[in-house]
Design a protein around this ligand. Structure first.
Ligand code: HPA
Ligand code: ZN
Length: 340
């Protein structure tokens, strides 16, 4: 297939995004604009010099820059602008449903209050629903390099906004911060009615995926690349219908894999696991949804059936109602039928 044809097909697929950190969608241009109006000096003089620093050897090197960038977000308007920029971008790529993470502790630790953060995000998400017809879920992520006690504090702060938050997640530095560190706060979060996800098996070992399932009782795994290390786990993922939110360009940029050809997405799909494609931190990893689909499809010469499966998986793995899932999946199937 010619690259323009492949790009056109991907563009037209009605897509979901289930693994996206809003702070990771912070484009340098907007970062400079917000820094300026907040009278904050960035460590870099220009957008170009900042972009040049986006070269990472591992997750931690990325996180260090990602947390620095987030420091310019102070006011509700900043969080609104960040979220709105993401929504308009993915709208242009025919993304119709998003389930996005925010990291409240990255902001509350700096003295920005929880309500400022969530009010800005929520207003943009609502506007996106009204004006762009993008449905959404919001996921509050606990930072795993911090203590469980601090996660509990965040849970308390979130409770007045419980109706706006659909689930909780776990992100940041994985190795050395296993899911088991957060058993109690995940149990408490579940009692409050939040759905549960966690990053596991990105850089960390397959045991972390087991822990996330057995101890945290999550119902979707973020990344989970390492799952193929354990056949028993593969069986469990299939039997329990547990989806993985894979992020191919992220894995490449963070050297989880050395080249795209090394990605195990096709094997994961072939084994019958519900894999989805997502962008993680698109402003840092060189691509949003279309680019993640395209780079994967190009390297593995994905068939239309495989693209169809990935797109359907995105809706199946989402937290949409069964009726909404069916409606979207029918749209996806009709889209692919019309291509042939
Ligand atoms: O890929 C990620 N892994 C862990 N933490 C993160 N925070 C933003 N992106 C990531
Ligand atoms: Zn992530």
């Amino acid at each position: 297939m010619k690259s323009t044809e492949l790009k056109n097909i991907i563009q037209g697929i009605p897509k979901t995004e289930l693994h996206l950190h809003l702070e990771g969608s912070f484009e340098p241009e907007l970062m400079f604009e917000i820094a300026k109006r907040n009278n904050i000096t960035l460590d870099y003089d220009t957008v170009e010099s900042l972009k040049k620093a986006y070269k990472f050897n591992n997750l931690q090197e990325f996180l260090d820059i990602y947390y620095l960038g987030a420091k310019v977000l102070i006011h509700e308007q900043d969080f609104f602008d960040l979220t709105w920029a993401y929504l308009t971008k993915v709208h242009s790529q025919n993304v119709v449903h998003v389930e996005v993470f925010f990291d409240p502790q990255t902001h509350t630790e700096r003295g920005v209050s929880f309500d400022v953060v969530i009010n800005g995000i929520k207003k943009a998400l609502e506007k996106g629903k009204e004006e762009l017809n993008i449905s959404y879920k919001l996921i509050m992520s606990y930072l795993r390099h911090l203590s469980e006690e601090e996660a509990f504090k965040t849970l308390e702060e979130a409770l007045p906004f419980k109706d706006w938050i659909d689930g909780v997640g776990l992100d940041s530095s994985e190795v050395g911060n296993p899911p088991s560190k957060f058993i109690n706060v995940f149990e408490a979060s579940a009692k409050h009615g939040f759905k549960l996800v966690a990053h596991a098996g990105e850089e960390g070992p397959v045991e972390y995926i087991w822990e996330a399932l057995d101890h945290l009782k999550i119902d979707r795994i973020d990344h989970g690349n390492r799952c193929l290390d354990d056949d028993t786990l593969v069986q469990k993922l299939i039997e329990d219908n547990i989806a993985l939110t894979l992020c191919p360009l992220s894995n490449l940029e963070l050297k989880v894999i050395q080249k795209m050809e090394d990605h195990n997405i096709v094997e994961i799909l072939d084994r019958g696991i519900m894999a989805t494609i997502n962008s993680d931190d698109p402003a840092y990893f060189g691509g949003y949804m279309n680019e993640n689909y395209y780079e994967t499809a190009k390297v593995f010469n994905l068939s239309k059936d495989q693209l169809l499966q990935l797109a359907i998986n995105g809706f199946e793995a989402s937290w949409l109602s069964p009726v909404d899932k069916d409606k979207h999946i029918l749209n996806v199937k009709n889209y692919f039928s019309a291509l042939n």
